[in-house]
Design a protein around this ligand. Structure first.
Ligand code: NI
Length: 159
């Protein structure tokens, strides 16, 4: 496994649409493993392949309680609303309040190419939506309700 560089906001690649992949593919296995290591080292909850410079519809998520690998994910259901603090490994020091569904259901492939349905609630739903936005070149602050003020940011970091 290898730790990859995380692309930062301002790099045009983050605004590009990622392409679907075909699995199984040993290169995608390696990409997923490297993304997991990179995310863990950076202390993130989720990472999309575009954030390590690869325009592929591949995502890893680790909420601490749940770990997910999403390949070519498609949202099939969403329910409810949550308004929570959100940030992004590509946008250090920027945090905002976003509006996301409370529950989502997505159809995804696993590494072997098998179709699976995954459900997420709360933090997991927020992470799934955030990472899926990356696949279409969207960043969390595009639709944020508002960004945190420097004072709020300080309080949040100290909490
Ligand atoms: Ni992000």
């Amino acid at each position: 496994m290898a730790t990859l560089n995380i692309v930062k906001d301002g790099d045009e690649i983050l605004r590009k649409k990622s392409r679907e992949v075909t699995v199984p593919d040993p290169r995608i296995d390696t990409l997923l493993d490297d993304m997991k290591e990179t995310m863990a080292k950076a202390g993130g909850v989720g990472l999309a392949a575009v954030q390590v410079g690869k325009l592929r519809r591949v995502i890893v998520i680790d909420t601490g309680e749940e770990q997910l690998e999403l390949i070519n994910p498609v949202k099939i259901k969403e329910e409810g609303v949550q308004e929570e603090i959100e940030g992004c490994l590509s946008c250090p020091d920027r945090w905002g309040i976003t509006r996301r569904p409370m529950k989502v259901e997505v159809e995804t492939l696993d590494r072997k190419g098998k179709k699976r349905r995954v459900k997420g609630e709360g933090l997991l739903a927020k992470a799934i939506c955030h990472e899926m936005d990356h696949l279409d070149g969207k960043l969390f602050y595009d639709d944020a309700i508002r960004m945190l003020t420097p004072e709020e940011l300080k309080e949040y970091e100290e909490a």
